[in-house]
Design a protein around this ligand. Structure first.
Ligand code: F6P
Length: 319
């Protein structure tokens, strides 16, 4: 019988709980013992660990956040920190680990596997910034949260005939801005993957104003820069009545969508099956609606193709 440890690490994402539930339930189904490690790698180093059973994950599939808590742990990036982590895992009799998080968390899982401790990664991040998988857990929910916000801001934008800049999360990845912007009917979408000129944004505003459209939504990915600074430049150039909304951490919360719950459940079960097959240093993902797995090394070395076609299409739809 294997003993599996599970932790969530990095920025939390809606759907992480569904993944925890899937790992715990499938591991118990296959006859394993499961330990939940609280507060990510930090909790591992600090031995903040408890055994989990079927009811530990009851009533959580619909909840945002992570019942295991999360953190970003600088100490685990050091050899000394990881050595403590391995000792703690041994002390609790944990044979292998499931890590739910983004690229930083996967690096930790890779390092553990290199130390001879099998670890499997599940992509849990709202950013959708991992090249090897079509979707990460949390992205869909966050996209829907942003769409909801755009709709509300559009109402007031239209009433006051304003330009509204909405800054969204995503780190260096423009997916949240692109797809939420498209679905929210934004006039302009600005992402880190495509160079942009403030003068082009202003020209577009002036052109659309000329044809009688007096309000406009600009969705800005945080990886491009500061929304307030952009707003000031646009006001200087166009004299627009402009407001800036930085959506912030509201994007990280909320009940996960059906898509994220299903994705998390499928990935969680696959992660356990990989560990039971004796696999290590792998990540699970989804490609063309099939759950896949890949070496962490390979997955982390891939660079993401930005969806330029959709980006160009948005320009057609927002003339
Ligand atoms: O990686 C998830 C994410 O929400 C990013 O989109 C954002 O840049 C960052 O985390 C915010 O981190 P924190 O919660 O530490 O402020």
């Amino acid at each position: 019988m294997k003993t599996i440890g599970i932790l969530t690490s990095g920025g939390d994402a809606p759907g992480m709980n569904a993944a925890i539930r899937a790992v715990v339930r499938s591991a118990i189904y296959y006859g394993c013992k499961v330990y939940g490690i609280n507060r990510g790698y930090k909790g591992l180093i600090e031995e903040d660990i408890q055994e989990m059973n079927l009811s530990s994950v009851g009533d959580i599939i619909h909840r945002g956040g992570t019942v295991l808590k999360s953190s970003r742990c600088e100490e685990f990036k050091t050899e000394e920190g990881r050595a403590i982590g391995v000792e703690v895992l041994k002390k609790f009799g944990i044979d292998c680990l499931v890590v739910i998080g983004g690229d930083g968390s996967f690096n930790g899982a890779l390092k553990l596997s290199q130390l001879g401790f099998p670890a499997i990664g599940i992509p849990g991040t709202i950013d959708n910034d991992l090249a090897y998988t079509d979707y990460t857990i949390g992205f869909d929910t966050t996209m829907n949260t942003i769409i909801d916000a755009i709709g509300k801001i559009r109402d007031t934008s239209s009433s006051h005939e304003r330009v509204n800049i909405i800054e969204v999360m995503g780190r260096h990845c423009g997916d949240l801005a692109l797809y939420a912007g498209l679905a929210g009917g934004a006039e302009t979408i600005i992402v880190p993957e495509v160079e942009f000129k403030v003068e082009d944004v202003c020209t577009k505003l002036k052109t659309t104003q000329k044809r009688g459209k007096r309000h406009s939504i600009i969705v800005l990915a945080e990886g491009v820069g500061n929304a307030q600074d952009l707003g000031k430049e646009i006001v200087k150039e166009t004299g627009a009545d402009l407001r800036v909304t930085i959506l912030g951490h509201v994007q990280r919360g909320g009940s996960p969508t059906a898509f994220d719950r299903i994705l998390a459940s499928r990935m969680g079960v696959r992660a356990v099956e990989l560990l039971l097959d004796g696999k290590a240093a792998k990540v699970v993902g989804i490609k063309d609606n099939k759950i896949i797995d890949m070496d962490i090394n390979e997955a982390l070395s891939m660079t993401r193709d930005f969806d330029k076609d959709t980006y160009e299409m948005v320009k057609i739809l927002s003339i």
